[in-house]
Design a protein around this ligand. Sequence first.
Ligand code: ADP
Length: 397
Amino acid sequence: MKILVINCGSSSLKYQLIDMVDESVIAKGLCERIGIEGSKLTHSAAGKDKVVITKDMPTHKTAIELVMEALQDENHGVIKSTDEISAIGHRVLHGGMKFYKSIVVNEEVKDVIRECFDLGPLHNPANLMGIEACEAAMPGKPNVAVFDTAFGMTMPPKAYKYAIPEEYFEKYSIRRYGFHGTSHNFVSGEAIKFAGLDPETAKVIVCHLGNGSSVSASIGGKCVDTSMGLTPLEGLMMGTRSGDIDPAVLQFIMNKEGKDINEMLNILNKKSGALGMSGISSDFRDITNAAEAGNERAAITLDAFFYRIIKYIGAYAAAMNGVDAIAFTAGVGENDADGRRKICESLSYLGVEIDTAVNKVRGVKTMISTPNSKVKVMLLPTNEELAIARDTLALVK
Ligand code: ADP
C-alpha cells in the first residue's frame, strides 16, 4: 500500500511517496515557485539520480499534475499508474477548534479548512489548493487532512486561554492552538516507546528546535501545554521569529518608527529571533560558527535561544508536577550536540544527567541520558511525513 504525502505552501509543494509495508520513502520531491516565474520540480526516487524539471507551474493543480508525471515517468518514475497510490495525506496547518484528529476529506471538512483561512492566512488556502488539486488529478481517491493544530486540542482551558476579554474567544476563537503538532505527537509517542514508559501516564516534554521552534508538554501522549499560540509567533525565540514579547514593545516601535501593525508583525515574524538579534543569519549553524570565531552578539543570541528553552522546560516540568522524558528533535535539536549539552546542564535540579560522549551523536535516535538520570533524555528524529502517512493509512484501511 502506497501513500502520497503532500505539504503545500503558498508557492511550494513538498511530496513523499511512502510504501507502508516497510514505511520506506520510494520517491520525494519539491515544487518551487508555483505561480511565480521560473518554477521547477526537484524529484528523487530511491536508487535513482535526482532530476530537476523546469516547467511553468501557474497553479498547485499544474504542480500536482507534474508530480504525477514524474512519479510515473519511464526513467525516474516509481509507479506504473496512479492506481498504485491508495490515498493522499495532506498536512493542513489550521483546523481551528473543529478538528482534534486527522480526518478523511469531504465537502464539510473543506468548508472548515476554508473557515480557518483567517487563522492560517498563508497556509490554509495553499493546503486547500493541494487537496483540490489531488481531487482533480486523482478523482475518487481518498484525501486525508492531518492538522498541525490537532495535537494541541487536548490542552485544558487554563493552558489554552489567553487572559483577554472572553468575548474575543467566543466571537473569534482566539486561544492558544500550538503548531508542529504532527511532530510533537510523533516524537512524544516515540519517546514513550523508546524510554519504555507507561503510555497512560508518561510525562513528556518535546523540544522541536528548528528554524521554527516549539516545546510541548504531554501526559499519556495528550498535549497539556505547548509554546506556540494563536499563531506560530509565540513561545521560543526562533530563526526569524521573536517568540514571547511584551505587546507594548509593538506600540513603542510603531510610534517611534511610524510603522503600521502589518509592518510590525512582519518584523516580528521575519526579521527578529536569531536573525534580528545576531544580525548575522537565521541559520543556527552560521551563528554557532560566528560565536566560535569570537562574535559576541552571536554568542548572546545562542545563549538567549537556549535560555528560553531551559525556562520552558522548567515551566512545563512544574506544570506537570514532574517529567519522565525530554526529547530533542528537528534541525537544531537533532544536530547541535553542544546546545543539547548546555540545556541539559541547566536541568540538573530535575535530576537530568547526560552522557556527554553519547550526546555527540547527530540525527540518530539515541538515549543521551545516563542510566542514573532521573529523567530520560533522548534525541529523536522527527518524521512528519511518516506521521501523516500513518494517520492516512489508519483512516483509509
Ligand atoms: P524547519 O523545518 O523549521 O525549516 P529544520 O528542522 O530543518 O527547520 O532546522 C533548521 C535549522 O537547524 C537551521 O537553523 C540549521 O542551522 C539548524 N542546524 C542544522 N544542523 C545544525 C548543527 N549542527 N548545529 C546547529 N544548528 C544546526
